[in-house]
Design a protein around this ligand. Structure first.
Ligand SMILES: Nc1ncnc2c1ncn2[C@@H]1O[C@H](COP(=O)(O)OP(=O)(O)OP(=O)(O)O)[C@@H](O)[C@H]1O
Ligand SMILES: [Mg+2]
Length: 270
């Protein structure tokens, strides 16, 4: 269906994805279908090994599905593209480049004609957001794990992609930095209507950031067991969210799911 701007209603449509690593074996997951609207933040939560990173990598175009398709803006994806920015579970930086060069390279790829000075300013801006300006001349091997992860976050944000894909992006960060970057992500999303697909193990983070939560059952043959719409208003803030009506119910609901329903198998007739 097309809206008045002649754009597809959903930015992303994921249709019946299935992934098998071994022929004839059980799929890691099957029947994964969901959509992401323009400006929406969707978080996926689920047990380790259920296939979350694989799904994100398929959306990134870095891995192929055994069956099913992903389309972005109505076009089926066939590989990676500059319309998507990825923050990996591991940082995936170029080890021979400095922090500054790692970010600048992504900006230049996204904006080929950009003036050198503008690239530098933009690089410094995004490194500033993750408090890494001081470390901009260091190489990844000279950084802590959390610092490397922050470079990966700056690199992905700096390219202002249509779809930001983030695989447990804040897991390696201390609580303070994590909070600062969560706030920054919310700011960026509010200002730019950034569309995000993100994987997290942190329920509070999911409730703060996500407009919609996809709860995955355990693998093999994992599936989306439940889709939860965040009932809290979109203008969520870390300082106040736990006082909002509906917060505790939602948190308990997700916690119950993770504790009790983790081994829920796919219904036979679904
Ligand atoms: N290249 C591969 N070859 C074979 N099996 C793989 C490969 N990559 C992933 N798997 C398997 O697919 C399943 C899903 O892996 P994936 O990394 O997507 O899980 P995940 O949900 O992201 O887990 P975690 O929460 O621990 O990051 C796992 O059982 C894993 O062993
Ligand atoms: Mg993973």
């Amino acid at each position: 269906m097309q809206n008045e701007l002649n754009k597809p209603d959903h930015l992303v449509v994921v249709n019946s994805l299935e992934k098998r690593y071994t022929k004839g074996g059980a799929p890691v997951f099957s029947d994964i279908s969901f959509s992401i609207d323009h400006g929406e933040i969707v978080c996926m939560i689920g047990h380790s090994g259920c296939g979350k990173s694989t799904i994100l990598n398929i959306l990134a175009g870095l891995e192929s599905a055994s069956s099913g398709q992903v389309s972005i803006n109505g076009h089926t994806i066939r590989g990676p593209g500059l319309d998507r920015g990825v923050v990996f579970q591991g940082h995936a930086l170029m080890p021979w480049l400095t922090v500054e060069q790692n970010v600048a390279m992504a900006i230049r790829a996204r904006h080929p004609g950009m003036q050198r000075g503008d690239v530098k300013n933009m690089t410094e801006h995004y490194l500033g957001l993750v408090s890494l300006k001081e470390a901009m001349h260091k190489r990844p091997s000279e950084l802590s794990g959390g610092m490397r992860q922050r470079v990966g976050i700056a690199r992905a944000f700096s390219t202002t992609p249509e779809l930001l894909l983030m695989d447990e992006p804040f897991g390696a960060l201390d609580a303070l930095t994590r909070g600062v970057i969560q706030d920054e992500l919310l700011n960026i999303c509010a200002q730019t209507h950034q569309t995000v697909f993100m994987i997290t193990h942190d329920i509070d983070e999911a409730i703060l950031l996500a407009d919609r939560l996809l709860l995955m059952s355990s693998g093999p043959n994992a599936h989306i067991a439940e889709v939860v719409q965040n009932p809290l208003p979109k203008e969520r803030s870390r300082a106040e969210i736990h006082h909002k009506k509906g917060y505790s119910d939602l948190r308990n609901h997700i916690m119950d799911f993770l504790v009790q329903k983790l081994n829920l198998k796919k219904p036979e007739n679904n």
